[in-house]
Write a protein that binds this ligand. Structure first.
Ligand code: PLP
Length: 399
């Protein structure tokens, strides 16, 4: 067909593919319970919508600077100063079309062919492909469940080289919910600092969705030297139930931010003007809607994790953040039902979707075999129904 080599390096996002399949089944009238979504089921808070409506009424509907409006950059600086004790100047902020775009742009401006990006697994599905698109080489580093799926300094030390350009830290993590302590991040930072070419991309998109009194900390809080080497990506999608608005941001080294702004000026131009105004209202306005969503997620997490751990053959770590359960179903691999043998997470997910109409994401998509990711960003009623169905379906499998 004459497509570029570049596009041949990537595959469609498996999470979006599962969501699309379950939506198509729903459209046919099938009662699908979906644990697939990577987005809050809540509506965007009213005052944020009002700000966007006001922007339209005011005619704020033209191009803005490609890197975003000053008002939003100032709100981002205020957020980091207030919430994280980190002081940034506007020249250190660029507004992008979501957190995904923020990572994509960083990969584009940082990576040359042969450069390596260290990605701890299980990882958010899009990191390796965005690295490949940029011509870089993803170096996938396995983490261990018995260590809470966290990267250790010793393991990191074995994979860092002079070719390492990026180290990805995603805390709290999608898909495992692992959230690092300050000590753990400081130890990782000390290893990274031995390699002068390496930048940390700290994906903090789930910062506000944390449980059990976990206090969020950024690797940028772990000393002046590592702060200078850290590029934080963040956004309003998850915190404010604004996934469709497409506003994310990157903060850090001014020269890299300038390069990202230039890239945007020759690619997407500015993120939507109206959505930028909505994001200002989100960051500067009342935060009570956030705590309400987080306490709902907390309750659902407690229910989901305890139900999963009570199912025969299933174990699941308690996520400290984000809204996903990453369940270990290795004991079911090799088992079967009628003529079908289940040999991977993909097989398990297909079995659950076809047999009991439950949509989950196979762990294989995140670089971890034998696991399933269940998003509990859906109503308690759906969660109960879906878990009942999973339990029933797993009960039918035999060796
Ligand atoms: C870890 C992680 N980073 C970034 C994003 C991207 O979010 P956005 O919708 O703002 O592009 C997601 C969304 O699923 C995510 O899980």
């Amino acid at each position: 067909m004459g497509l570029s080599d570049r596009i041949g390096r990537i595959k469609p996002s498996p999470t979006l593919a599962v969501s699309a399949k379950s939506k198509a089944m729903k459209a046919q009238g099938i009662d699908v319970v979906s644990f697939g979504a990577g987005e809050p089921d809540f509506d965007t808070p009213q005052h944020i919508k009002e700000a966007a409506i006001q922007a339209i009424k005011d005619g704020f509907t033209k191009y803005t600077p490609a890197s975003g409006i000053d008002e939003l950059k100032e709100s981002v600086c205020a957020k980091f100063s207030r919430d994280n004790g980190l002081n940034f100047d506007k020249s250190q902020v660029v507004i992008s079309c979501g957190g995904k775009h923020a990572f994509y742009n960083l990969a584009q401006v940082l990576l040359n062919p042969g450069d390596e990006a260290i990605i701890p697994a299980p990882y958010w599905v899009s990191y390796p492909d965005m690295v490949r698109l940029a011509g870089g080489t993803p170096v996938i580093v396995k983490t261990e469940e018995n260590n809470g799926f966290k990267l250790t300094p010793d393991t990191l030390d074995t994979v860092l080289t002079d070719k390492t350009k990026i180290v990805v830290i995603n805390s709290p993590s999608n898909p495992t919910g692992a959230a690092y302590t300050k000590k753990e991040l400081t130890d990782l930072g000390n290893v990274i600092l031995k390699y002068p070419n390496a930048w940390v991309i700290s994906d903090e998109i789930y910062e506000k969705i944390v449980y059990d009194g976990y206090t969020f900390v950024s690797i940028a809080n772990c000393g002046e030297e590592i702060r200078k080497r850290t590029l934080i990506i963040h956004g309003v999608s998850k915190t404010y139930a604004m996934t469709g608005w497409r506003i994310g941001f990157t903060v850090g080294d001014a020269a890299i931010i300038k390069a990202v702004s230039m890239l945007q000026s020759q690619s997407t131009s500015n993120p939507t003007s109206i959505a930028q105004k909505a994001a200002v209202a989100a960051l500067n306005g009342p935060q009570d809607a956030v705590s309400k969503m987080v306490s709902a997620f907390h309750e659902r997490r407690n229910y989901t994790i305890s139900r999963l751990n009570r199912m025969k053959g299933v174990t699941c770590l308690n996520p400290q953040g984000a809204f996903y359960a990453f369940a270990n179903l290795n004991s079911f691999l090799g088992k079967g039902y009628k003529d079908t043998r289940l040999n991977s997470g993909y097989d398990l997910a297909t079995y659950l979707l076809e047999e009991v109409n439950v949509a989950v994401i196979p762990g294989d998509a995140f670089g971890q075999k034998g696991y399933l990711r269940l998003s509990f960003a859906t109503s308690m009623e759906e969660i109960k129904k879906g878990l009942d169905r999973i339990e029933e379906a797993l009960g039918k499998l035999s060796s």
